[in-house]
Design a protein around this ligand. Sequence first.
Ligand code: NCD
Length: 334
Amino acid sequence: MNFSGQHVLSVNQFERDNLEYIFNIAEKMEPYAKRKIRTKVLDGAILGNLFFEPSTRTRVSFGCAFNLLGGEVRETTGMETSALAKGESLYDTARVISSYSDVIAMRHPQAGSVAEFAEGSRVPVINGGDGANEHPTQALLDLYTIQSELRAFEQKIDGMHIAMVGDLKNGRTVHSLSKLLAQYNNVHLSLISPTELAMPDYVIDTLENAGHKVTISDDMEHNLNADIVYQTRIQEERFENQDEANKYRGQFRLNSDIYTRFCKSNTVIMHPLPRDSRADANELDNDLNQNPNLAIFRQADNGILIRMALFAMTLGVADQVDKYQCPVPWYSAK
Ligand code: NCD
């Protein structure tokens, strides 16, 4: 399998054996992510990290993942501080930045924008989220997390029950994750959202064509009896105005009381983050923070492993990471 020089634009490009291969490489990144040992395999390489939409985790973890492989990061944040605000085309930006960089990670508010950018790029481009469309690296880290959390209960992705909750219309993470789940067998998906924010039909079709059981509901509580609950935020930036988004904020709140009453004893709680902790939203309450099945921070940590794996693969060094090892001289509490 050769990912060298390839873009990562959509989860559609991955077959199930590709996923297993990526997860294998990701697992091998753990000692580096935990600072047990360093590698300089990407010493001298440059990541162009272009984020034209708000981001904390995704942007910083792309950068850290590249640094952890020994590479350097150059980045631009926000549309208004970039030449796109002066009318430059994605093609021109791509031509220029790709000559400065060895690989590019990019987030942009328009669906399809990262693929358009990739056409002008001479180096691999990794999609960090294009509007409401896709978020392939998040879906990979979500699936990796599901696999490792279920392993603790001797369960597999095949045959699992996952409940996705919230803004399933605008949430790109649930679109990409669902498409990846279509590669597995016999999954039951409970899709819980306000009717107006339901999962797009093309995603539901993909799931049903894969033979999965899909339950659609606007009743959260009676559909939480799942192996995984994947909670999401109302994607307010995709609405015409705040009043529109406010209609749905706070409608589905998962907290300790609801968990105890309606979830299974070991239901794993996930969220791509950021969770909206403002009082009128609060879709995932802080009172779950000590619950051992709250996987949200392990999930975010896994983002580093997956992004390291993707960089190593697209730059063709996945089998050389250990060869460029060196010690960690500083104190590390990880
Ligand atoms: C998500 C995103 O930006 O699509 N977050 C993330 O990348 N971790 C989900 C969100 O913003 O709600």
